[in-house]
Design a protein around this ligand. Sequence first.
Ligand SMILES: [Zn+2]
Length: 368
Amino acid sequence: MPNKAYKFRLYPTPAQKILLAKTFGCVRLVYNHWLDRKISQYKEDQTTLSYTFCAKELAVLKKTEEYAFLKEVDSISLQQSLRHLDQAFKNFFNQPKTGFPRFKSKRKRKNSYSTVCVNQNILLSDGYLKLPKIGPVKVKQHQEIPASYVLKSVTVSQSPSGKYHASISFEYENQVLKRRPHTFLGLDFSMNGLYKDSEGNEAEYPKYYRKWEKKLEREQRKLSQKGSRNWEKQRIKVARLHEKVANQRKDFLHKRSREIVNAYDCVCIEDLDMKTMARSLHFGKSVHDNGWGMFTTFLKYKLEEEGKQLIRIDRWFPSSQTCSVCGYKNTGTKDLGMREWDCPNCKSHHDRDLNAAINIRKLSSLNK
Ligand SMILES: [Zn+2]
Protein backbone atom coordinates (compact mmCIF):
# COMPACT_ATOMS: atom_id res chain seq x y z
CA MET A 1 0.00 0.00 0.00
CA PRO A 2 1.33 3.46 -0.81
CA ASN A 3 2.36 5.93 1.87
CA LYS A 4 1.83 9.61 2.24
CA ALA A 5 3.39 11.92 4.81
CA TYR A 6 1.96 15.15 6.16
CA LYS A 7 4.02 17.68 8.04
CA PHE A 8 2.33 19.77 10.74
CA ARG A 9 3.58 22.32 13.23
CA LEU A 10 3.40 21.25 16.88
CA TYR A 11 2.84 23.49 19.90
CA PRO A 12 3.98 21.53 22.96
CA THR A 13 3.40 22.84 26.49
CA PRO A 14 6.51 23.74 28.56
CA ALA A 15 6.23 20.38 30.35
CA GLN A 16 5.99 18.57 27.01
CA LYS A 17 9.02 20.45 25.71
CA ILE A 18 11.03 19.02 28.60
CA LEU A 19 9.80 15.51 27.76
CA LEU A 20 10.60 16.02 24.08
CA ALA A 21 14.11 17.22 24.90
CA LYS A 22 14.56 14.12 27.08
CA THR A 23 13.42 11.88 24.20
CA PHE A 24 15.75 13.56 21.71
CA GLY A 25 18.60 13.05 24.19
CA CYS A 26 17.82 9.37 24.87
CA VAL A 27 17.43 8.58 21.18
CA ARG A 28 20.80 10.19 20.49
CA LEU A 29 22.39 8.34 23.42
CA VAL A 30 21.10 4.98 22.17
CA TYR A 31 22.33 5.71 18.66
CA ASN A 32 25.78 6.75 19.78
CA HIS A 33 26.13 3.97 22.36
CA TRP A 34 25.50 1.20 19.82
CA LEU A 35 27.44 2.92 17.09
CA ASP A 36 30.38 2.72 19.46
CA ARG A 37 29.52 -0.93 20.29
CA LYS A 38 29.34 -1.83 16.60
CA ILE A 39 32.66 -0.16 15.84
CA SER A 40 34.54 -1.95 18.61
CA GLN A 41 32.91 -5.26 17.77
CA TYR A 42 33.98 -4.86 14.16
CA LYS A 43 37.54 -4.02 15.18
CA GLU A 44 37.62 -7.10 17.38
CA ASP A 45 36.45 -9.80 14.98
CA GLN A 46 35.13 -8.14 11.79
CA THR A 47 31.53 -9.00 12.61
CA THR A 48 28.62 -6.60 12.98
CA LEU A 49 26.00 -6.60 15.68
CA SER A 50 22.50 -7.19 14.33
CA TYR A 51 19.47 -5.06 15.16
CA THR A 52 17.96 -7.89 17.22
CA PHE A 53 21.15 -8.28 19.22
CA CYS A 54 21.35 -4.54 19.96
CA ALA A 55 17.65 -4.42 20.91
CA LYS A 56 18.25 -7.22 23.44
CA GLU A 57 21.19 -5.33 24.90
CA LEU A 58 19.03 -2.22 25.11
CA ALA A 59 16.38 -4.12 27.11
CA VAL A 60 19.10 -5.24 29.54
CA LEU A 61 20.60 -1.76 29.82
CA LYS A 62 17.22 -0.25 30.69
CA LYS A 63 17.04 -2.52 33.74
CA THR A 64 20.25 -1.15 35.20
CA GLU A 65 20.05 1.66 37.73
CA GLU A 66 22.37 3.89 35.78
CA TYR A 67 20.22 3.83 32.66
CA ALA A 68 16.79 3.59 34.30
CA PHE A 69 15.96 7.02 32.83
CA LEU A 70 15.61 5.35 29.43
CA LYS A 71 12.33 3.91 30.70
CA GLU A 72 10.87 7.39 30.98
CA VAL A 73 10.71 7.89 27.21
CA ASP A 74 8.75 6.20 24.41
CA SER A 75 10.36 2.74 24.14
CA ILE A 76 9.57 2.43 20.42
CA SER A 77 11.53 5.61 19.69
CA LEU A 78 14.64 3.95 21.14
CA GLN A 79 14.13 0.83 19.03
CA GLN A 80 13.64 3.03 15.98
CA SER A 81 16.95 4.69 16.76
CA LEU A 82 18.62 1.25 16.61
CA ARG A 83 16.85 0.55 13.32
CA HIS A 84 18.13 3.82 11.88
CA LEU A 85 21.63 2.89 12.97
CA ASP A 86 21.26 -0.55 11.40
CA GLN A 87 20.09 1.09 8.16
CA ALA A 88 23.01 3.55 8.23
CA PHE A 89 25.41 0.58 8.36
CA LYS A 90 23.57 -1.25 5.57
CA ASN A 91 23.73 1.89 3.41
CA PHE A 92 27.42 2.22 4.13
CA PHE A 93 28.11 -1.36 3.03
CA ASN A 94 25.71 -1.50 0.08
CA GLN A 95 25.94 1.98 -1.43
CA PRO A 96 29.53 2.89 -2.16
CA LYS A 97 28.99 6.66 -1.98
CA THR A 98 27.47 6.63 1.51
CA GLY A 99 29.83 7.67 4.28
CA PHE A 100 30.51 5.75 7.48
CA PRO A 101 27.79 6.31 10.14
CA ARG A 102 28.69 9.24 12.35
CA PHE A 103 28.05 10.03 15.99
CA LYS A 104 25.12 12.37 16.54
CA SER A 105 26.26 15.61 18.06
CA LYS A 106 24.27 17.70 20.53
CA ARG A 107 25.56 20.80 18.84
CA LYS A 108 23.96 20.02 15.50
CA ARG A 109 20.71 21.54 16.80
CA LYS A 110 18.58 19.41 14.57
CA ASN A 111 16.70 17.15 16.94
CA SER A 112 14.36 14.39 15.92
CA TYR A 113 12.94 11.03 16.85
CA SER A 114 10.66 8.55 15.14
CA THR A 115 8.03 6.29 16.55
CA VAL A 116 5.60 3.75 15.17
CA CYS A 117 1.88 3.43 15.76
CA VAL A 118 0.86 0.25 17.58
CA ASN A 119 -2.59 -0.39 19.12
CA GLN A 120 -3.62 3.22 18.48
CA ASN A 121 -1.00 4.62 20.83
CA ILE A 122 -0.73 7.55 18.40
CA LEU A 123 -3.84 9.50 17.47
CA LEU A 124 -4.49 12.62 15.46
CA SER A 125 -7.82 14.17 16.33
CA ASP A 126 -9.51 17.42 17.38
CA GLY A 127 -6.41 19.52 16.86
CA TYR A 128 -4.16 17.30 18.96
CA LEU A 129 -1.56 14.66 18.21
CA LYS A 130 -1.40 12.10 21.00
CA LEU A 131 2.14 10.76 21.37
CA PRO A 132 3.33 7.95 23.68
CA LYS A 133 4.72 9.27 27.00
CA ILE A 134 4.22 12.88 25.79
CA GLY A 135 0.41 13.00 25.71
CA PRO A 136 -1.76 15.16 23.44
CA VAL A 137 0.27 17.89 21.73
CA LYS A 138 -1.50 20.81 20.10
CA VAL A 139 -1.12 20.66 16.34
CA LYS A 140 -1.81 23.13 13.53
CA GLN A 141 -3.45 20.94 10.93
CA HIS A 142 -3.91 22.74 7.63
CA GLN A 143 -4.86 19.68 5.58
CA GLU A 144 -7.71 17.28 6.14
CA ILE A 145 -6.67 13.60 6.27
CA PRO A 146 -9.11 11.27 4.49
CA ALA A 147 -10.90 8.99 6.99
CA SER A 148 -9.69 5.86 5.20
CA TYR A 149 -6.00 6.71 5.76
CA VAL A 150 -4.24 4.65 8.44
CA LEU A 151 -1.63 6.31 10.65
CA LYS A 152 1.63 4.33 10.55
CA SER A 153 4.45 6.38 12.05
CA VAL A 154 5.51 9.81 13.25
CA THR A 155 8.78 11.71 13.20
CA VAL A 156 8.93 14.57 15.66
CA SER A 157 11.57 17.17 14.96
CA GLN A 158 12.83 20.46 16.30
CA SER A 159 14.30 22.89 13.81
CA PRO A 160 17.45 24.94 14.56
CA SER A 161 15.29 27.98 15.35
CA GLY A 162 13.39 25.95 17.96
CA LYS A 163 10.11 25.14 16.20
CA TYR A 164 8.52 21.70 16.54
CA HIS A 165 7.05 19.68 13.70
CA ALA A 166 5.54 16.24 13.24
CA SER A 167 5.83 14.38 9.97
CA ILE A 168 3.01 11.85 10.09
CA SER A 169 3.02 8.95 7.68
CA PHE A 170 -0.22 7.29 6.55
CA GLU A 171 -0.99 4.23 4.49
CA TYR A 172 -3.84 4.32 2.02
CA GLU A 173 -5.54 2.10 -0.50
CA ASN A 174 -4.77 3.26 -4.00
CA GLN A 175 -8.02 3.25 -5.92
CA VAL A 176 -7.04 5.73 -8.58
CA LEU A 177 -7.57 4.49 -12.12
CA LYS A 178 -5.02 5.36 -14.75
CA ARG A 179 -6.37 7.86 -17.20
CA ARG A 180 -5.71 7.83 -20.88
CA PRO A 181 -3.69 11.00 -21.40
CA HIS A 182 -4.89 13.66 -23.82
CA THR A 183 -2.80 16.67 -22.86
CA PHE A 184 0.99 16.61 -22.66
CA LEU A 185 3.59 18.99 -21.33
CA GLY A 186 7.35 18.80 -21.67
CA LEU A 187 9.63 20.45 -19.10
CA ASP A 188 13.21 21.32 -19.81
CA PHE A 189 15.30 21.95 -16.70
CA SER A 190 16.75 25.42 -16.60
CA MET A 191 19.42 26.54 -14.21
CA ASN A 192 18.14 30.01 -13.46
CA GLY A 193 14.41 29.62 -13.71
CA LEU A 194 13.72 25.98 -12.70
CA TYR A 195 12.26 25.02 -16.11
CA LYS A 196 10.95 26.09 -19.47
CA ASP A 197 7.85 24.25 -20.69
CA SER A 198 6.88 23.22 -24.19
CA GLU A 199 4.34 26.08 -24.36
CA GLY A 200 7.17 28.56 -23.90
CA ASN A 201 6.41 29.43 -20.26
CA GLU A 202 9.02 29.66 -17.53
CA ALA A 203 8.48 28.75 -13.90
CA GLU A 204 9.77 32.12 -12.69
CA TYR A 205 10.42 32.32 -8.99
CA PRO A 206 8.62 35.37 -7.58
CA LYS A 207 11.05 38.26 -7.19
CA TYR A 208 10.56 38.67 -3.45
CA TYR A 209 11.95 35.18 -2.83
CA ARG A 210 15.24 36.39 -4.23
CA LYS A 211 15.03 39.37 -1.89
CA TRP A 212 14.73 37.04 1.12
CA GLU A 213 17.59 34.92 -0.14
CA LYS A 214 19.78 38.00 -0.37
CA LYS A 215 18.81 38.96 3.17
CA LEU A 216 19.71 35.47 4.35
CA GLU A 217 23.15 35.77 2.72
CA ARG A 218 23.76 39.10 4.47
CA GLU A 219 22.73 37.81 7.89
CA GLN A 220 24.82 34.69 7.39
CA ARG A 221 27.90 36.82 6.76
CA LYS A 222 27.33 38.62 10.07
CA LEU A 223 27.11 35.25 11.80
CA SER A 224 30.52 34.22 10.51
CA GLN A 225 32.12 36.84 12.76
CA LYS A 226 32.43 34.53 15.74
CA GLY A 227 32.84 35.41 19.37
CA SER A 228 30.40 38.30 19.39
CA ARG A 229 28.12 38.59 22.41
CA ASN A 230 25.00 38.45 20.29
CA TRP A 231 26.12 35.36 18.40
CA GLU A 232 23.36 33.11 19.74
CA LYS A 233 20.72 35.73 18.89
CA GLN A 234 22.13 36.02 15.40
CA ARG A 235 22.23 32.23 15.02
CA ILE A 236 18.49 31.99 15.76
CA LYS A 237 17.81 34.89 13.39
CA VAL A 238 19.70 33.12 10.59
CA ALA A 239 18.04 29.78 11.37
CA ARG A 240 14.58 31.42 11.19
CA LEU A 241 15.40 33.12 7.90
CA HIS A 242 16.73 29.86 6.56
CA GLU A 243 13.48 28.10 7.39
CA LYS A 244 11.46 30.98 5.94
CA VAL A 245 13.32 30.85 2.62
CA ALA A 246 13.02 27.05 2.48
CA ASN A 247 9.29 27.23 3.20
CA GLN A 248 8.71 29.91 0.58
CA ARG A 249 10.50 27.82 -2.00
CA LYS A 250 8.47 24.78 -1.02
CA ASP A 251 5.18 26.72 -1.24
CA PHE A 252 6.18 27.96 -4.66
CA LEU A 253 7.08 24.46 -5.87
CA HIS A 254 3.76 23.13 -4.52
CA LYS A 255 1.83 25.89 -6.29
CA ARG A 256 3.54 25.43 -9.65
CA SER A 257 3.27 21.64 -9.58
CA ARG A 258 -0.42 21.93 -8.67
CA GLU A 259 -1.08 24.26 -11.63
CA ILE A 260 0.64 21.88 -14.03
CA VAL A 261 -1.18 18.81 -12.69
CA ASN A 262 -4.54 20.57 -13.02
CA ALA A 263 -3.86 21.46 -16.65
CA TYR A 264 -2.11 18.36 -18.08
CA ASP A 265 -2.56 14.58 -18.06
CA CYS A 266 1.03 13.66 -18.76
CA VAL A 267 4.24 15.50 -17.96
CA CYS A 268 7.58 14.57 -19.38
CA ILE A 269 10.93 15.58 -17.91
CA GLU A 270 14.54 14.74 -18.43
CA ASP A 271 15.97 12.29 -15.93
CA LEU A 272 18.79 14.45 -14.62
CA ASP A 273 21.46 13.37 -12.21
CA MET A 274 21.62 16.38 -9.93
CA LYS A 275 24.62 15.13 -7.95
CA THR A 276 26.74 14.87 -11.08
CA MET A 277 25.49 18.22 -12.32
CA ALA A 278 26.39 19.93 -9.08
CA ARG A 279 29.90 18.58 -9.44
CA SER A 280 30.26 19.74 -13.02
CA LEU A 281 31.89 23.07 -13.74
CA HIS A 282 28.95 24.49 -15.66
CA PHE A 283 26.48 24.64 -12.81
CA GLY A 284 28.17 24.38 -9.45
CA LYS A 285 26.50 24.98 -6.14
CA SER A 286 23.30 26.62 -7.35
CA VAL A 287 21.92 23.27 -8.53
CA HIS A 288 21.24 22.38 -4.89
CA ASP A 289 19.32 25.58 -4.28
CA ASN A 290 17.16 25.41 -7.32
CA GLY A 291 14.68 22.82 -6.01
CA TRP A 292 14.31 20.72 -9.16
CA GLY A 293 14.47 17.43 -7.24
CA MET A 294 11.78 18.50 -4.79
CA PHE A 295 9.70 19.90 -7.64
CA THR A 296 9.71 16.64 -9.60
CA THR A 297 8.82 14.69 -6.43
CA PHE A 298 5.78 16.93 -5.90
CA LEU A 299 4.82 16.62 -9.56
CA LYS A 300 5.05 12.84 -9.47
CA TYR A 301 2.84 12.23 -6.46
CA LYS A 302 0.30 14.89 -7.44
CA LEU A 303 -0.02 13.39 -10.93
CA GLU A 304 -0.29 9.84 -9.58
CA GLU A 305 -2.99 10.83 -7.12
CA GLU A 306 -5.15 11.71 -10.11
CA GLY A 307 -4.23 8.72 -12.27
CA LYS A 308 -1.99 10.91 -14.42
CA GLN A 309 1.66 10.26 -15.14
CA LEU A 310 5.15 11.63 -15.02
CA ILE A 311 7.54 10.27 -17.60
CA ARG A 312 11.27 10.57 -17.18
CA ILE A 313 13.22 10.33 -20.39
CA ASP A 314 16.79 9.20 -20.79
CA ARG A 315 19.18 11.99 -19.92
CA TRP A 316 21.22 11.15 -23.00
CA PHE A 317 18.35 11.95 -25.34
CA PRO A 318 19.65 14.93 -27.36
CA SER A 319 16.63 17.14 -26.55
CA SER A 320 18.40 20.39 -27.18
CA GLN A 321 20.23 19.27 -30.32
CA THR A 322 17.26 17.91 -32.26
CA CYS A 323 15.15 20.24 -34.37
CA SER A 324 11.58 19.93 -33.02
CA VAL A 325 10.17 20.70 -36.47
CA CYS A 326 12.03 18.33 -38.82
CA GLY A 327 14.07 16.08 -36.53
CA TYR A 328 17.47 17.16 -37.86
CA LYS A 329 20.27 16.68 -35.29
CA ASN A 330 22.40 19.80 -34.98
CA THR A 331 25.49 18.93 -32.93
CA GLY A 332 26.54 22.58 -32.98
CA THR A 333 24.04 23.34 -30.18
CA LYS A 334 26.00 21.32 -27.60
CA ASP A 335 27.53 24.59 -26.47
CA LEU A 336 25.36 25.77 -23.57
CA GLY A 337 26.04 29.39 -24.37
CA MET A 338 24.08 29.11 -27.58
CA ARG A 339 20.58 30.29 -26.62
CA GLU A 340 19.07 30.44 -30.09
CA TRP A 341 19.77 28.64 -33.34
CA ASP A 342 18.48 28.11 -36.87
CA CYS A 343 17.95 24.61 -38.22
CA PRO A 344 20.29 24.10 -41.20
CA ASN A 345 17.78 21.67 -42.70
CA CYS A 346 14.33 23.31 -42.44
CA LYS A 347 15.45 26.83 -41.48
CA SER A 348 13.23 26.97 -38.36
CA HIS A 349 14.40 29.43 -35.74
CA HIS A 350 14.68 27.92 -32.25
CA ASP A 351 14.94 29.10 -28.69
CA ARG A 352 17.23 26.47 -27.18
CA ASP A 353 15.14 25.60 -24.10
CA LEU A 354 11.75 25.84 -25.78
CA ASN A 355 12.92 23.57 -28.59
CA ALA A 356 14.17 21.06 -25.98
CA ALA A 357 10.88 21.21 -24.06
CA ILE A 358 8.90 20.54 -27.25
CA ASN A 359 11.08 17.52 -28.00
CA ILE A 360 10.55 16.21 -24.48
CA ARG A 361 6.77 16.62 -24.85
CA LYS A 362 6.84 14.78 -28.20
CA LEU A 363 8.58 11.85 -26.52
CA SER A 364 5.93 11.69 -23.79
CA SER A 365 3.16 11.30 -26.37
CA LEU A 366 5.13 8.47 -27.96
CA ASN A 367 5.59 6.77 -24.61
CA LYS A 368 1.95 6.81 -23.50
ZN1 LIG B 1 14.61 21.51 -38.80
